[in-house]
Ligand binder design. Structure first.
Ligand SMILES: [Zn+2]
Length: 339
């Protein structure tokens, strides 16, 4: 009986040692310690053992059971530990791997240029104001000294919503709305979208942006206009930038001028950028027409003022040396992320 017991235990130990997974271990437990297991069978056969030997055999069986259980637990713990280690290995994050960067938006060259222009004029005490893009004919044309039969209305080829409502062709109506408020003096910058029924090409778009400025106060002269725009040009294009005023005509200003800045690429000597002239045209301006002042309820005998308008795209194209305006609207990320 003793030998048989030893043989059973040895066999079990070998099997436990050789088992490679938790399931096999359970099979071994059932095979040896289960209800029909080999050790249990021995206990059942105790009736064949001489009564005097029974306690000894009983103790041996119990010892064998205890030994097997200990080994089984040991092996079970070993498997559990191994499993945990494998899991930890699997779930480990390698923090040295380069992370995937999320796509972050990028400021548009137009926005960068607008911020720059606003910064310059706010620094000179201007207030930034906005107005409606869908505008009355009155504010867009009539109040700016462009009556119904004026050729400028044809020139600008407007998008009409109804007979007297349209998409504004300029940001000047914001000036009229500001003047009508009757609060003087005025010193405003009005940036915004404007619309004209132009075909899309390298220098035209049916939708673009203007930035207009308006100053109205007592004793404002053309010298104030020149000084302001000369300072603006210096801050935008560099300390050595010069300005040149060429006589021009706008219905809402008198006198009117177009302003060129000395080429910031060649300093005025002439290069490909300025087409050899040394000058680059950037904006239109003038002294506010007395008729415009009067229509908005301001006495031209007491007050005077100047206005100027610059294309935002023009500034962005010049500043970043972009040669095709369409690039600003295509929203190609490969293009935009260069700025
Ligand atoms: Zn040049």
């Amino acid at each position: 009986m003793k030998e048989k017991l030893k043989a059973i235990v040895d066999e079990a130990l070998v099997k436990i040692q050789a088992s490679e997974e938790l399931d096999k271990l359970n099979d071994i437990r059932v095979a040896f310690l289960g209800k029909k297991g080999e050790l249990t069978e021995i206990l059942k056969s105790m009736k064949d053992v001489a009564p005097a030997d029974r306690p000894v055999i009983g103790q041996l069986v119990n010892e064998a059971r205890a030994a097997l259980e200990e080994k089984l637990d040991e092996k079970k713990n070993y498997f559990a530990k191994k499993l945990r280690e494998e899991q930890i290995q699997k779930e480990t994050i390698d923090v040295t791997l380069p992370a995937k960067k999320p796509m972050v938006g990028h400021r548009h060259p137009n926005s960068i240029a607008l911020d720059e222009v606003e910064r310059i004029f706010v620094g000179m005490g201007y207030e930034v104001v906005e107005g409606p893009e869908v505008e009355y004919d009155y504010y867009n044309f009539e109040a700016l000294n462009i009556p119904a039969n004026h050729p400028a209305k044809d020139e600008q080829d407007t998008f009409y919503i109804t007979g007297d409502i349209l998409l504004r062709t300029q940001t000047s109506p914001v000036q009229v709305r500001e003047m009508e408020k009757g609060k003087l003096p005025i010193r405003i910058l009005a940036p915004g979208k404007v619309y004209r029924s132009d075909e899309v090409d390298a220098t035209h778009s049916p939708n673009f942006h203007q930035i207009e400025g308006l100053v109205i106060d007592k004793n404002i002269t053309f010298a104030d206009l020149k000084g302001t725009l000369a300072e603006f040009a210096k801050q935008l294009f560099g300390e050595n930038t010069k300005v040149k005023f060429r006589p021009h005509h706008f219905p809402f200003t008198e006198p009117s001028a177009e302003v060129d800045v000395s080429c910031f690429k060649c300093g005025g000597k002439g290069c490909r950028f300025c087409k050899g002239s040394g000058w680059i045209e950037i904006l239109g301006c003038g002294m506010v027409h007395p008729k415009v002042l009067k229509m908005s309820g301001i006495d031209p005998e007491e007050y005077s003022g100047f206005a100027f308008g610059v294309g935002l795209e023009r500034i962005a194209l010049l500043k970043y040396e972009i040669d095709d305006m369409r690039l600003l609207y295509e929203n190609d990320v490969r293009f935009l992320k260069q700025f």
